[in-house]
Each structure stands twice: as C-alpha cells, then as structure tokens.
Ligand binder design. Structure first.
Ligand SMILES: Nc1ncnc2c1ncn2[C@@H]1O[C@H](COP(=O)(O)OP(=O)(O)OP(=O)(O)O)[C@@H](O)[C@H]1O
Ligand SMILES: [Mg+2]
Length: 208
C-alpha cells in the first residue's frame, strides 16, 4: 500500500494539461503537500528514448500493435522508476497522461481492439491505477488552434486528421462515464484560473 495520492491528467492536444499541472503542484505545495510532477510518454531516461521513437520522426510509420507495446513499456518503466517511489514516500503524484491516453488514442481512436489495449496496459501497470483522473475536455478545433497559435512544436499526432481527434475526445468521454469514481471532467474552455480552481477541488476530494 502506498501512502501518497496518484492523480493523472488526460485530454486531447491543447486541452491545457501541461499548463495546469505545474500550477496545481504549486497550489498543493503551498498547502503543505509534497508533490511530484511527471509526464508521459517519457519521464525517465529509458522512457524518453521510447518517446523519441513514438513522437520523434515524422516519416516513421509504426505498426499499431508496436505502438501500443511501446507506450505500455515506457509507462511501466516510468511507473517503476519514478511514480511508485514517490507514492511510497507519501507524495502527491501529478502525471500528465497515463494509461487512459492509450485507451483513448490507441484503443478508441485508432481502432486497435479496446480490450486488448486494456489488457496490455493492465499488464504494464498491474494494480497501480490513479485515485483520480482529471479529463480536460475541450472542443477539438479549440485545442488544435491553441497549439498552432502558440507555435508549439508539432509532433506526429498533431498531423492526424481532425476526425481522429474527435474520436479521441469521444473515447475519453466514454472512459469517464465508465468510471465515475476515478474520473472528473473539467470544461477546459474556461480561463486558466477557472480550470485550475476546478481541478484543485477535484483533487482535494481524494486527499486524506
Ligand atoms: N484555459 C486556457 N485558456 C486559454 N489558453 C490556454 C488555456 N490552457 C492552456 N492554454 C494554452 O493552450 C496551449 C496548449 O496548452 P497545453 O500545452 O497545456 O496543452 P496540453 O493539454 O498539454 O497539450 P498536449 O496534449 O499537446 O501536450 C498553451 O499555449 C497554453 O498556454
Ligand atoms: Mg502537454
């Protein structure tokens, strides 16, 4: 049993995950919680190398099962090296993407069989599921326009069609519905301050 609290952030591109996570960490630190912020895929050296294979080369076409396995492998290593030790030390772990990203992107949007994606990912994480998953929900066009507007470096996934991103969003909405205990949906089309406030409230529900 870990003493910490595991929180993950999910949502499509441009939803605001990477923007809100450090703000929440600061809020929690101010309230006296020790936090660890990390992101997927990556977060530790070997997983960053896998990330480079997954998101780096725009020309490279990966088999869809290979992609599921690589995400799961990076997830496992990151979990073991970074997340579990922090939870065992009693920290609040805030992770930008986790297994639900695979379920929404590979299992729902890309059309690899959802049950198989779940099986591979449950093998990778064993019983280490987050206590809370914050889904930042945002219309696809808004998310994508935020990214282009701010000229964030485009990766391979950004170039997939808008239909793909619509399916990702639908996938998350279904996952949230299936697991209302763990999931909380935050409307991401609000000011950053409003998003931050909603997220913080939902996390405080699970802090002892
Ligand atoms: N509530 C908000 N209102 C307006 N702009 C926002 C808001 N939240 C984030 N942004 C801006 O939108 C852009 C994308 O945000 P961010 O990088 O946090 O998204 P993300 O969910 O991490 O996306 P990705 O999945 O691509 O990493 C950033 O430039 C950020 O400043
Ligand atoms: Mg991000």
């Amino acid at each position: 049993m870990s003493r910490g609290t595991f929180v993950t952030f999910e949502g499509g591109e441009g939803a605001g995950k990477s923007t809100v996570v450090p703000k929440i960490a600061k809020d929690l630190e101010e309230k006296g919680y020790e936090t660890l912020v990390s992101r997927e895929p990556g977060g530790v050296a070997s997983a960053e190398q896998i990330r480079a294979i997954l998101l780096g080369d725009q020309e490279q076409i990966l088999d869809e099962y290979t992609e599921v396995l690589l995400f799961a492998a990076a997830r496992r290593q990151h979990l073991v090296e970074k997340i579990i030790p922090a939870l065992e030390a009693g920290k609040v772990v805030l992770c930008d993407r986790y297994l639900d990203s695979s379920l929404a992107y590979q299992g729902y949007a890309s059309g690899v069989d959802m049950e198989q994606v779940k099986m591979i990912n449950m093998f990778a994480v064993q019983h280490w599921l987050p206590e809370r998953t914050i889904f930042l929900d945002l219309p696809v066009e808004i998310g994508l326009s935020r990214i282009t507007k701010n000229a964030r470096e485009e990766n391979r996934l950004d170039q997939a069609g808008i239909d793909f991103h619509e399916r990702v969003r639908e996938g998350y909405q279904l996952l949230a519905k299936e697991d209302p205990e763990r999931y909380r949906i935050v409307q991401a089309n609000q000011s950053m301050e409003q998003v931050e406030k909603a997220v913080l409230q939902y996390i405080q529900e699970v802090l002892g």
